[in-house]
Design a binder for this molecule. Structure first.
Ligand code: SF4
Ligand code: SF4
Length: 423
């Protein structure tokens, strides 16, 4: 008998349909989790050709994992869609322009050194006023919708983004309660240095020694989610070697997409049981920073953060890792902070890895809905635990001229702890 595959566990109950943003938007079975599972099974069985329509339905999946969380039968939709996307990628079944654009993205994003060069050009582009001119003229939209999207997602890059580096070791303040490693990330490291800096300060204040292994690159999450398992395995293997042998209590991740990937690395190494075991050992230590801090009784006094803060639940934190309670509890414990939910907080904002770059229209449709819901809360700050969500939500809010700040929950904790020290 042939091996049972994850797609075979689907019993077609349809419970996942109402939570799927693409099914809700387009009402087509082929744009639902159940429909995509059938497409993936048809492809694997050789019953279906890899037509442009099939590729499009698979590519329109956000990978938000709302269906994974909603499925009562425990179907591993994450495995189904990653395998199907890998089949599309291997067959080179997309148009040449699409393949070229994806190739460009994956020659840039997983490499922090290249991202830093891009950050330098973005800083110069902004500093000389070219960004203002390009955005105002709308010229990029006339040339390429995707390039326009890439440009519009760029955060306001400062010189700090270009030069920021993380220390190799941050000692614990007071009695050491744990020793952890920090995954600096690739996009996070270059475009959100403040999030890593806040993470280090909060952990140290809570009595945690933090090691930041040098020479870390990308963890391979973006590649895995886009159907590039070989590339993902190469990147994950390199990262694994940076963390092994450091005698850590935990490996801390502050980007939800990376965390969900790092918690399940072993399947990337199917032909190498020894390496798969090393990957499992690393995965067992991986903790999202919210998850880790919520389990560690706080010792650093919190000072006031007198503001209304809207909570956006990033898909790879809530749906993929099941971390929903911890960031909310951490934020609710901040004096003066009033935490409000973004209506329908669990719905994807449209960022979804490289989705907002390769499917800009669909991503912006979702992003517009998210921005309107954030604005409906009246909060001046929205928090998200994933850099992709933050970039996309910031862009959608910026396009509305809204003065809402986007932050990581750990930045709010950091501000609160620093306020506590000033008292
Ligand atoms: S994926 Fe799960 S929830 Fe969706 S139809 Fe299949 S069994 Fe039902
Ligand atoms: S991952 Fe998200 S977009 Fe894709 S099928 Fe599941 S719910 Fe729908």
């Amino acid at each position: 008998m042939a091996d049972r595959r994850p797609a075979d566990d689907c019993v077609h109950c349809g419970f996942c349909l109402p939570v799927c943003p693409t099914y809700v938007a387009w009402s087509a079975e082929a744009d639902s989790p159940r429909g995509r599972i059938d497409l993936a099974r048809g492809l694997a069985d050789g019953r279906l050709p890899l037509s442009a329509a099939v590729v499009s339905h698979l590519d329109r999946c956000l990978g938000c994992m709302a269906c994974l969380a909603a499925c009562p039968s425990g179907v591993r939709y994450d495995v189904v869609i990653e395998e199907a996307k890998a089949a599309v990628e291997r067959a080179g079944a997309r148009p040449a322009g699409d393949r070229l654009f994806r190739g460009f993205l994956f020659s840039l994003f997983p490499y922090p050194a290249r991202l830093r060069v891009a950050a330098f050009f973005l800083w110069a582009y902004r500093a000389i006023g070219l960004q203002w001119l390009v955005r105002r003229s709308g010229i990029l939209k006339l040339l390429s919708r995707r390039l326009a999207q890439l440009e519009s997602l760029a955060p306001p890059v400062t010189w700090h983004h270009v030069v920021a580096r993380l220390p190799a070791l941050v000692p614990a303040e007071g009695t050491r309660r744990a020793r952890v490693g920090l995954v600096g990330g690739c996009v996070q490291k270059v475009f959100f240095p403040a999030v890593n800096e806040a993470t280090l300060r909060v952990l140290a204040a809570e009595g945690v020694e933090v090691v930041v292994p040098e020479g870390q690159g990308c963890c391979g999450a973006l590649s895995a989610h886009a159907g590039r398992p070989e590339e993902s395995a190469r990147l994950a293997h390199a990262l694994l070697e940076r963390f092994e042998g450091l005698e850590l209590d935990a490996v801390i991740v502050n980007a939800a997409g990376c965390g969900s990937h790092l918690k399940d690395l072993a399947p990337l190494f199917p032909g190498d049981p020894a390496l798969a075991e090393r990957a499992r050992a690393l995965s067992r230590k991986v903790k999202d920073v919210n998850e880790f801090l919520a389990a560690l009784p706080a010792v650093a006094p919190r000072g006031p953060y007198p503001a209304k803060v809207a909570y956006h639940s990033s898909c790879h934190l809530g749906h993929a890792q099941g971390i929903t309670r911890q960031p909310r509890e951490l934020l609710q414990a901040v004096p003066g902070l009033s935490l409000v939910e973004v209506p329908n907080a669990e719905e994807c904002c449209g960022s979804a890895g490289i989705y907002n770059l390769v499917q800009p229209e669909a991503a912006d449709e979702l992003g517009r809905r998210k921005a309107e819901r954030v604005l409906s809360t009246g909060a001046p700050v929205v928090v998200s635990a994933n850099p992709g969500c933050t970039l996309h939500i910031q862009k959608m809010l910026r396009e509305r001229g809204a003065a809402v700040e986007a932050a990581h929950p750990v930045e709010i904790l950091d501000a609160s702890i620093r306020a506590g020290r000033r008292r």
